[in-house]
Design a protein around this ligand. Structure first.
Ligand code: ATP
Ligand code: MG
Length: 400
């Protein structure tokens, strides 16, 4: 005997009323996409659950993949058998033995097929008795069992499941539009991107790159971070903006206390242009209030004034330690911790203003004509597409 399908339970999705179908279909597509390497697998979506039919595929490696997909409340390995007492008992025994470290269990029968001759209470006893007779040292606990064996008798077949494996919850990526994430190589911005995906948002990345002040290794870090995030949200486009000339000009021409603020404004201005060009309706950053000089209320006020685009800051009220915990859990920590030469740290003045005045910033910025520099950044932006689960180098699919 072996498991023949995985049962997926919807979480918050099932609350989506009339829009439910959109969410179910998106989850179906996302699962199909993530399991593309297993062509034998078939997926079926119904009102109350989604089933992944294995057709002989070993389910073990699929579980960690599914556990990264947003929109799944929980999942269970399942067996489909005929509505036949003896067969059901055997399948239940198989399911119990497959779970490790079990001391207690409980059988719960749901008899949706009322033509089945044995009622659910009696089935619980019959199956439970069979399990007790055929195992050693395992007992029944109806209140807090280590594992619940679920027997679902439906007209077409009986489905048996055991362990409930937690899913990632959230909403399926692609149900809430797209955001342009300002991705540095640090700890914060990848976590910010992850949190946006959790609410169903698809990501594109923009990275400001300042060679030779920042190295190829720094760019690779950004691509590797993106790759890690694709395992949650699928393919992601990365816009690499050559930022050196503009940064040098700001460093040269803007009074030092203000150059960092103007540089951040330029990042947003360029990001806005890239977003508009790609039908993206918001910008996301990894900013957290009070973390550094550019993340005070005054700085954010002066920086934000350059754009009308909504800016999402999912980390705004989080402590660094909370952010680090998420970074570790989602797998971006070991990449972010690699030695770092960010374009911002290279040009950062000794004493950036922590309370820049918006009027002053606009005044200094207004003394320069930056139009051509911004155009050059946009024209020379390189676009890469990063795909999940492949070892190939990213394709350069667009140079404009
Ligand atoms: P992170 O850990 O994400 O680098 P941080 O705490 O180091 O954040 P800053 O370096 O001040 O903060 O950057 C604030 C935000 O600005 C980042 O979270 C990121 O969204 C964006 N950002 C900074 N540097 C770059 C860059 N080179 N390219 C793209 N975005 C950047
Ligand atoms: Mg940084």
């Amino acid at each position: 005997m072996q498991y023949d399908h995985i049962l997926i339970r919807y979480g918050e999705l099932s609350l989506k009323g009339k829009n439910r179908k959109v969410f179910y279909n998106r989850l179906h597509e996302n699962i199909r996409h993530h399991l593309k390497a297993y062509p034998e697998i078939k997926i079926k979506t119904t009102r109350d659950r989604l089933s992944i039919f294995l057709n002989g595929v070993n389910p073990a490696p699929l579980i960690p993949i599914l556990q990264r997909i947003f929109g799944i409340q929980s999942m269970s390995l399942a067996i489909k058998v005929e509505n036949e007492e003896e067969v059901i008992k055997e399948a239940a025994l198989f399911a119990l033995k497959e779970v490790n470290n079990v001391n207690t269990f409980k059988v719960t029968t749901n008899r949706a097929d009322k033509t089945f001759p044995i009622d659910s209470q009696k089935m619980n006893q019959l199956v439970g008795g069979h399990l007790l007779r055929n195992t050693d040292g395992i007992t029944v606990d109806v209140h807090q069992p280590d594992v619940e064996i679920h027997v679902d008798i439906r007209p077409e077949a009986t489905y048996i499941t055991s362990e409930k494996i937690p899913g990632r919850k959230g909403l399926p990526v692609g149900t809430a539009g797209k955001t342009l994430l300002l991705l540095s190589g640090g700890f914060d911005s990848p976590v910010a991107g992850y949190l946006m995906m959790q609410r169903g948002v698809r990501l594109e990345m923009v990275h400001f790159f300042s060679p030779p002040y920042t190295s190829e290794a720094a760019k690779q870090k950004v691509l590797d971070l993106t790759k890690e995030l694709t395992t949650y949200g699928g393919e992601i486009k990365v816009h690499i903006v050559p930022f050196t000339a503009l940064q040098q000009k700001l460093h040269r021409e803007i009074p030092h206390g203000y150059s960092m603020t103007v540089m951040r404004r330029m990042m947003l201005k360029i990001a806005e242009r890239i977003a508009a060009k790609n039908d993206i309706l918001s910008i996301t950053t990894g900013e957290s209030l009070g973390q550094v000089a550019s993340q005070t209320m005054e700085s954010m006020h002066a920086i934000n004034a350059i754009t009308n685009y909504p800016i999402m800051r999912p980390l705004i009220a989080m402590d660094k330690s909370e952010i680090m915990t998420i970074a570790e859990e989602i797998g971006t920590y070991p990449i972010s911790i690699r030695p770092f030469d960010d374009c911002c740290t290279v040009f950062v003045p000794n004493s950036p203003k922590t309370k820049p005045k918006k009027d002053k910033v606009e005044y200094f910025e207004g003394l320069l004509d930056l139009t051509a520099d911004i155009e050059a950044c946009i024209n020379d932006t390189q676009v890469l597409t990063i795909k999940p689960f492949d070892t190939h180098e990213p394709d350069v699919d667009d140079l404009f």
